[in-house]
Design a protein around this ligand. Sequence first.
Ligand code: AMP
Length: 120
Amino acid sequence: MAYDPENIFAKILKGDIPCDKVFEDDWALAFKDINPQAPTHVLVIPKGPYVSLDDFSDNATDGEIAGFFRAVGTVAREQGAVEGGYRFLANNGRDAHQEVPHFHVHIFAGRDLGGMIKRP
Ligand code: AMP
């Protein structure tokens, strides 16, 4: 799947639409999810044009991957999520219901997050 430069997170990265930013460095941008599923629900996205975790892990440079995952850990710490615990989640593709075709990870925290996955 080719990267769509007009996807909503690309527009956020370009500054064309606003976000509730909590963190930014050379590698990543983090902002609050517009439809939070937990008291803390933050999305972390890489600055590069990657469709998914599959695309990112296959095509990003080692520097981009290291920088991005360092940023994820920093965001979780800065959100105060380490002591109580947090969930880190990435939806990849159709069966995972990935909605936005720019790689992103969710960080959930601030309540008991329940079991790992719901049965249908
Ligand atoms: P996913 O299903 O993993 O692709 O999740 C996409 C997430 O992006 C959902 O949790 C949405 O609530 C969130 N989202 C969509 N548009 C925005 C936006 N403009 N600002 C913040 N979060 C958004």
